[in-house]
Structures are given as structure tokens and as C-alpha cells.
Design a protein around this ligand. Structure first.
Ligand SMILES: NC(=O)c1ccc[n+]([C@@H]2O[C@H](COP(=O)([O-])OP(=O)(O)OC[C@H]3O[C@@H](n4cnc5c(N)ncnc54)[C@H](O)[C@@H]3O)[C@@H](O)[C@H]2O)c1
Length: 355
């Protein structure tokens, strides 16, 4: 892999935050294209990237052999087709959530990556925060003990301004609602600390905005390690806050409430046995400072592309699991039943849950 890695960012909405993430790592990355159908956004993104070329057609990016990595920040319905097109053009891919709208598309992406000998990195930047990193460090040291319960809140506010963007709130454009676009991050935080989700029971509803997709959900889940997880989701809160609270055998963990960065420190770690608090505090004091959010994830991607494997980096299997989980949640809510994972490849919603 050449150094720095040459990146093309597709989509200059959240793509601008990705550009800032790459800019924080000038020895690792050079953003060479910013592509957006809207030339004004492409130019503004390219300016932010200092020296990138603004373009409006993805074909131009795919045709340039010098591009190593394509970063897809496009509306959700374009994620799977653009990921496969980029892989077919010989590029590594970073892709925003959700990576696809069906388990079948995830399998197509995996096949394309294997054909091309290239890697696909799903964006789950919430884990790149000092609070979450500290929880993970305790897990690695075996200090958490048995996971008992986790309570997740994704209580955000989204209204007419947000849904003015035509793809949002539609099955065709967004591929789903709050469980697909918003709580996907919170659910990913669970799995790294307590294992993949094994079974789900979900209620979902559209209660806030006049949209096709859901904007509220009440979900119960159990992980393969036995943790009982509740996830409360609405896009109708007064203001936006996320929260993560987990009770393990040896410690209870409470996050902050920053909606886009709930992993940020400091988190509160309270030892179940007060006599052990100093032991926890001593370990927490040694957790290395992490790069936050996108820059943190991109730093790990750079290391992975340069041959390091034992990383904190979200792997493709986590994107696969996230899409299987969403499939199970829609199955559960629509059919009023507990759904157990893994789902069969011929599951009724394997080709998509969109209505
Ligand atoms: N990880 C996070 O924290 C986070 C935050 C926000 C959004 N997202 C995700 O990022 C994705 C994009 O969301 P957004 O809010 O930036 O959307 P957006 O609509 O603001 O930006 C998308 C951009 O893509 C451009 N575009 C659309 N089709 C195109 C095409 N064929 N070729 C080139 N450009 C095209 C649009 O002109 C637009 O500027 C979504 O999947 C969303 O869920 C993730």
C-alpha cells in the first residue's frame, strides 16, 4: 500500500466529517477526489480536503487507477451497488451505515470483495471515544465479569428540516427508519462488549413524523453471552441524547449523553464491590488516549491496510451482523414473535425488509 493512501470521498454531507478525519492523518491519507452530484457541495468538500479534485460523476473516480480507497457517504440505497462497483474497480471501500438493505446484498458485497481481493470497512465510529475504549480495556483484562443487563437510549429529535432531504424517511431511499439509521450504532456498541445478538423481540412504530419508515422502537434482546439488552429509540425527543448503561458482574458503566459521540469520555465506572474501586481506577488510568470518531477509525484502517490485524477496528462481520439484526427486528415486530439469530439465508426478509 502506497503511503499516504489516496482516497476518494463520495457524497459531501457527512462526507465532510470524513474529510476532516482524513485531514487529521496527513501522513496516512490524501483525499484526492470529492464526488457529489451537486457541484457546489463537491467544490466545498474538495476545498476542505485542500487539493482534492471536485467531480460529479463516480465513474471518473472508479476509472482512476491511482485511487486506493473509496469512501461511500451517499444515501443508503446506493451503499451496496456503489460498494460493489468500487470493489469491481479494484478499490478498498469504507462505507457508511447501513452497509446494505438486505442480507442478500451483504453476501453480494462479500463475494465482490473476495473476487477483487479488496477490503470493505463499515463505519462504526462510535466506539472511537475514550469512554467506550476504557470499557473495552476492562473487558480485555477480564475485569467486567458476567454481563447482566444493558440499557440503550437513542432519544433524538428529527423533524421536517431533516426529512426535507428526499431520500430520508422512505423505504426506497433510506432503506429503513430509526433502527436502520440511528440505533445501529448503539446496537454495535453492545456486541463488542457482550457478544452478538442471539434473540430479539421488537415493537416498532411511526409516531413522530409523517414518514414511511419507523421513528420509534422498544426492543428487547439477548446476546450470545447472555446479556439482556433493552433499546429505547425515538426521533421525537426534546433535543437529542444517547445513553449507554451496562451492569456487569463486577462493574456498572454509565456513558455520557452526546448523541453523535456517546463513546466519548469520561464514562463512569462503579465497582460492584466498593473495596475494588481503586483497582478499577488504577486500570482505567492506564488506558491510552485514543483518536476520536472518524479519525480514530481511519487510523486503524490505515494500520489494517498496512498488514496489522489485531485491532479495535470494526470488521466486515460486524456490518453483516448489523444487517442480520435489523432483518430480525423487522421480522419480530411485524410478526409479533421472538426471533432467534442466525437467520437462514432463505429467511422471508433475506432479500430486504423494505415495504
Ligand atoms: N456515521 C454517522 O455518524 C453518520 C452521520 C450522518 C449520516 N450518516 C450516513 O451517511 C450517509 C449519508 O448521509 P448524509 O446525511 O451525509 O446525506 P446527505 O443527503 O446530506 O449527503 C449525501 C450526498 O450524496 C450526494 N449524492 C447522492 N447521490 C449521488 C451520486 N449518485 N453520486 C454522487 N453524489 C451523490 C448528494 O448530493 C448529497 O450531497 C447515510 O447513509 C447516513 O445514514 C452517518
Amino acid at each position: 500500500m502506497s503511503k499516504p493512501i489516496k482516497v476518494a470521498v463520495l457524497g459531501a454531507g457527512i462526507g465532510r466529517s470524513h474529510i476532516s478525519g482524513y485531514a487529521a492523518l496527513p501522513d496516512h491519507y490524501e483525499v484526492v477526489y470529492v464526488c457529489d452530484l451537486d457541484p457546489v457541495k463537491a467544490s466545498a468538500g474538495a476545498k476542505l480536503a485542500q487539493g482534492a479534485r471536485p467531480v460529479t460523476a463516480v465513474a471518473e473516480v472508479f476509472a482512476d487507477q491511482s485511487v486506493d480507497l473509496v469512501d461511500i457517504c451517499l444515501p443508503p440505497h446506493l451503499h451496496a451497488p456503489m460498494t460493489i462497483a468500487a470493489l469491481d474497480a479494484g478499490k478498498h471501500v469504507v462505507c457508511e451505515k447501513p452497509i446494505a438493505g438486505s442480507m442478500a446484498d451483504v453476501a453480494r458485497i462479500a463475494a465482490a470483495a473476495s473476487r477483487a481481493g479488496r477490503q470493505v470497512f463499515p463505519v462504526f465510529q462510535y466506539r472511537y471515544g475514550a469512554g467506550y475504549r476504557a470499557a473495552h480495556a476492562l473487558r480485555e483484562k477480564g475485569m467486567l465479569g458476567k454481563p447482566y443487563v444493558m440499557a440503550l437510549e437513542t432519544h433524538w429529535q428529527r423533524g421536517p428540516d431533516y426529512y426535507a432531504e428526499r431520500w430520508r424517511g422512505s423505504w426506497k431511499g433510506e432503506l429503513g427508519g430509526a433502527i436502520v439509521s440511528h440505533a445501529i450504532h448503539a446496537h454495535n456498541l453492545v456486541t463488542l462488549l457482550a457478544g452478538n445478538i442471539r434473540s430479539v423481540a421488537a415493537f416498532i412504530d411511526t409516531r413522530v413524523n409523517p414518514i414511511e419508515t419507523e421513528d420509534c422502537a422498544a426492543i428487547s434482546m439477548q446476546t450470545v453471552e447472555g446479556a439482556l439488552v433493552t433499546s429505547s429509540i425515538t426521533l421525537g425527543a426534546a433535543g437529542s441524547k444517547s445513553r449507554f448503561r451496562a451492569c456487569f458482574e463486577h462493574v456498572t458503566i454509565t456513558s455520557g449523553t452526546e448523541p453523535y459521540h456517546v463513546g466519548a469520555g469520561p464514562w463512569i465506572f462503579t465497582a460492584t464491590d466498593p473495596a475494588r474501586q481503586a483497582e478499577f481506577d488504577a486500570v482505567l488510568a492506564t488506558v491510552p488516549v485514543v483518536r476520536e470518531r472518524f479519525a480514530g477509525q481511519f487510523a486503524d484502517i490505515w494500520q489494517r491496510l498496512n498488514g496489522e490485524h489485531d485491532l479495535y477496528l470494526p470488521v466486515f462481520a460486524e456490518a453483516e451482523h448489523s444487517i442480520e439484526l435489523i432483518t430480525a427486528l423487522y421480522d419480530s415486530a411485524r410478526n409479533a414473535r421472538i426471533v432467534t439469530l442466525p437467520l437462514p439465508t432463505d429467511h422471508a426478509l433475506a432479500n430486504g425488509w423494505q415495504q
